[in-house]
Ligand binder design. Structure first.
Ligand code: SF4
Length: 324
């Protein structure tokens, strides 16, 4: 089976943007690959943070990943810092990565512009990402469109290391673009993101979800209920595509263009379908919260499988590089 690796930030509970943009896809493909899914806590420390909050958010993310359907019997879900080889391989990759490649990265420029004091870890962030992926010699990496540039750097690092120490040892990982690629926030302005406050949390109650959906931005040209709308420019329609059956999506398209439904009617249908999908996830999360030892064991098993794969890669890397 081909191997996949993907990582997610320990941002606490998932919101529907990360669920639809990544995790739902992971659940669907977990049986088709030998898969490693990693909560990347080492990536979260390049900005100021509280250790207790990081620990809590890492646990919350793990719980929601399992509740969303990742199955510890079929896949390895683990915390990055539990597998020391990630940082070892990053150091090694620092020695085959030209500085100019890192300085060109769009995310580095954006993050550096936002910070008063820029830590070296921000520049090195993509090298750790390359180490994350290549440590498992992953063939494919499920990514959103905005991460393709980082993956390209991993391919460069693999090429550079292979050219110097061992032809074709590291496969050049290919992107597997997720079907729902980019979920906009409820403001319709930017990608859904916790820091922008435009999200719906995966664990929010139907009442909380409706309170957010009701005022959410739709087609701005549709001022009155009698104005025909254009679903193609409406974020609610994108969410229908993710949560509603195909027949409903076609019905929304028809009713919107003919001004048959108002936006509130349309959102009520979405809300019902969203609630139906989230309810079993929330029930599983509640069950797991009642048994924290189950979560600890599942993460421990995931880390053990990851360590076995990582140790084998590093054994060969150390040998090829002449470490005594
Ligand atoms: S009817 Fe639905 S798809 Fe059309 S603009 Fe309103 S919310 Fe969007």
């Amino acid at each position: 089976m081909p191997r996949i690796f993907s990582g997610i930030q320990p941002s606490g509970e998932l919101h529907i943007g990360n669920y639809l943009g990544a995790v739902k896809n992971w659940v669907q493909i977990q049986s088709l690959h030998e898969s490693f899914f990693c909560i990347v806590d080492l990536h979260a420390i390049t900005v100021p943070y509280e250790p207790a909050v990081l620990r809590e958010r890492t646990q919350a993310m793990a719980l929601t990943l399992f509740a969303a359907g990742l199955d510890p019997a079929r896949t390895s879900v683990f915390v990055q810092s539990a597998v020391r080889e990630h940082t070892e391989l990053q150091w090694i990759f620092n020695s085959v990565t030209p500085l100019g490649e890192l300085e060109r990265q769009t995310q580095f420029k954006e993050k550096a512009a936002r910070q008063e004091q820029v830590m070296a870890g921000i520049l090195n962030y993509p090298v750790l990402q390359a180490a994350d992926i290549l440590l498992y010699r992953a063939d494919v990496v499920p990514v959103g469109e905005d991460q393709v540039q980082h993956l390209e750097l991993s391919r460069v690092v693999a090429r550079n290391w292979n050219a110097r120490f061992g032809a074709n040892f590291f496969p050049e990982p290919k992107p597997l673009l997720t079907p729902t690629r980019r979920i906009m926030g409820l403001d319709g302005q930017a990608k859904m993101s916790k820091s922008l406050g435009n999200t719906i949390g995966l664990m929010e109650t139907p009442e909380q979800t409706w309170a957010k959906l009701r005022p959410a931005v739709t087609d701005p040209a549709r001022v009155k209920k009698t104005d025909p709308g254009n679903p193609d420019v409406c974020n609610i329609f994108q969410l229908h595509k993710a949560f509603s059956p195909e027949a409903t999506v076609a019905e929304v398209d028809r009713q919107c263009r003919s001004a048959g439904w108002g936006c509130i009617d349309c959102k009520k249908v979405l809300h019902a379908n969203m609630t139906a999908e989230l309810a079993p996830i929330q029930a599983r999360a509640q069950e797991m919260s009642a048994k924290p030892e189950g979560l600890r064991d599942a993460l421990g098993d995931g880390a053990a499988k990851a360590r076995t794969a990582a140790a084998e890669t590093m054994r060969q890397v150390r040998d090829a590089m002449g470490f005594a």
